[in-house]
Design a protein around this ligand. Sequence first.
Ligand SMILES: Nc1ncnc2c1ncn2[C@@H]1O[C@H](COP(=O)(O)OP(=O)(O)OP(=O)(O)O)[C@@H](O)[C@H]1O
Length: 306
Amino acid sequence: MSVKVNIRGQASAPGSLAHVLKGVKLKLVTLSGKGGVGKSLVTASVALGFAMRGYSVGILDGDVYGPTIPKMLGLSDSTLYVDQKTGRILPAVGPLGVKVVSIEFALPSDDTAVIWRAPLVNQALRDFIAQVEWGQLDVLVVDLPPGTGDAPLTIAQSLQGGLDGSIIVTIPTEISRRIVVKAVDFSRKLNIRVAGVVENMCCFKCPGDGKVYYIFGKEAGKRIAESAGVPFLGGIPMDPELSHYLDSGRLHEFLAKDTETSRAILAVVDKLAEMYKEKLAQQEQPKEEKPRRISLLKLPGEEEEE
Ligand SMILES: Nc1ncnc2c1ncn2[C@@H]1O[C@H](COP(=O)(O)OP(=O)(O)OP(=O)(O)O)[C@@H](O)[C@H]1O
């Protein structure tokens, strides 16, 4: 049995985050030095790509100020529920069985703006993440708010120690070079290994003549990654068809089609799978100890023991 959950109404459960994520073999985070470069697209695509390869996958949409993952996965109308027996939040389940937790599920409408200051975000996210029942997962992909400021920092710190790699998303402009260097620095300061750079909108495939145009120059993303001293994971074309599938919440259907763009996206996933093959091959962790029961009628700190 389960009841609907409201994030802000959750009792605080300061259980260790590392413990909650114990059943997850590979924890990746996507970041971008600036907004609107396609970070959420990469998060959702990497998650779906791993799921297409047969892995069990979850997404934590930590982009509290602009959660877009549910829309891309056709989950805009989903809600989170709490398992009444365990008191834990159950993720929504999207295409290919991908488990999704997003702050959007707890907002009253799609157009509600989240105006939270960093300490509140930090507290809410910690409480939230600590109470999610992810179960055993091969891969968890965390989407951070854009930039390298307070918001992504507080969220990344909440997960610190538990993240295995960062995927830095950029567009291939000259200005982005410096932004990528900042994102690499951000990742290293948090002791998160940089898995590599994904160059979104590397080129434009014209639907009219089918030709590929390198608007910002060929291999710009690769050069950006090289100058930052990190691996290059691949480039994703700017593709109007992809945009159409994203807007209608059918990214999984787009990835299942054999197109240049879907192949480019899945090539990024395959590089990550190769990079982290040992982690992915790990044996499943033993089941977690019994969770505490949290009564929704109790105040924080008044939890009942099982
Ligand atoms: N390669 C692409 N081809 C076509 N459309 C794209 C592509 N990449 C991103 N888009 C579109 O651009 C918009 C922004 O993408 P997305 O939400 O992934 O960016 P973001 O970096 O996560 O943004 P924010 O920083 O605001 O969270 C979306 O509407 C998406 O559909």
